[in-house]
Design a protein around this ligand. Structure first.
Ligand code: ARG
Length: 269
């Protein structure tokens, strides 16, 4: 990945409860603080060598700051940039998608619409170093999305059922490199964990507090850099021992909406 696409939190708010983490946070966003946290995140992405592009925010799209969801991006078998346009579950988020379609089409991507419910990079993620995509389903995306993703990119898709509060795969599963994954084990079925262990030799487990309160598994990884919500002290130590450079940031205002570092950017190729 060469860069990231971000969207400024001009209209960011918690107006309803789309996921369990939003409960009790309606109307409680501090927008000035959110903007400062977003600015710092942008600077952190630049600091680790990623180029940063921004999307113009659409009024009344309170979740548009979470740019990971309206598309899933990558390179197809011919090395061409492609973006699958999501079919979001919630009407307020369906309104975000058109702006993403226009942005990616005008930046050299083949844009293909998902024929079924699918929340893009929230549920689909690349296995580092392999032509494999992992796909979460059961809450925001349907399992049928993944044969489609596999066809578009010419890859194998491995699917994981999500049946707990961890509503998107990126809330509980974070591949760090080809052999290592960070995850929150209780978010998966037994079959899911078996599949994961078959493909990753090293599994680093997040504690319940890090996974729930700090969205530790919603970290963004670029090479050896891991950008993660601050406060995951013991986990940070484990990541350093495994050879990663940790960049702790504060996404506290966005945690109120059930999102953190990973979902605040989309990968650009
Ligand atoms: N409030 C947003 C929603 O529920 C948060 C999305 C966070 N994105 C993510 N990929 N986890 O849709």
């Amino acid at each position: 990945m060469k860069g990231v696409l971000l969207c400024p939190p001009d209209h960011f708010d918690v107006v309803d409860v789309k996921n369990a983490f939003m409960e009790g946070h309606e109307g409680k966003v501090d927008r000035a603080r959110a903007r400062a946290q977003w600015d710092a995140l942008l600077a952190t992405f630049r600091g680790i060598g990623l180029s940063v592009e921004t999307l113009r925010p659409t009024p009344a799209c309170e979740d548009m700051v979470f740019t990971a969801n309206p598309t899933f991006t990558g390179l197809n078998t011919r090395g061409k940039k492609a973006a699958i346009l999501s079919r979001m579950r919630h009407p307020s988020r369906q309104r975000e998608v058109a702006a993403h379609g226009e942005w990616f089409a005008s930046h050299g991507y083949d844009v293909i619409e998902s024929p079924v419910q699918f929340e893009g990079g929230g549920d689909a993620t690349w296995h580092p170093g392999r032509r494999v995509v992992w796909g979460g389903h059961g809450q925001r995306s349907v399992a049928e999305a993944y044969p489609f993703v596999a066809r578009v990119f010419g890859v194998e898709a491995l699917t994981l059922e999500l049946a707990t509060d961890f509503y998107h795969l990126d809330t509980c599963f974070c591949p760090l490199d080809e052999k290592t994954v960070l995850l929150y084990a209780k978010a998966f079925t037994r079959a899911g964990l078996t599949l994961i262990r078959k493909h990753f030799r090293n599994v680093i487990e997040a504690s319940e507090a890090d996974a729930r309160d700090r969205f530790a598994c919603n970290a963004a990884v670029s090479g050896k850099h891991v950008v993660i919500q601050r406060g995951c002290t013991a986990l940070e130590e484990k990541l350093r021992k495994a050879g990663f450079e940790v960049h702790a940031v504060d996404t506290g205002e966005f945690l109120k909406s059930g999102g953190s570092v990973y979902c605040m950017k989309q990968w650009l190729f």
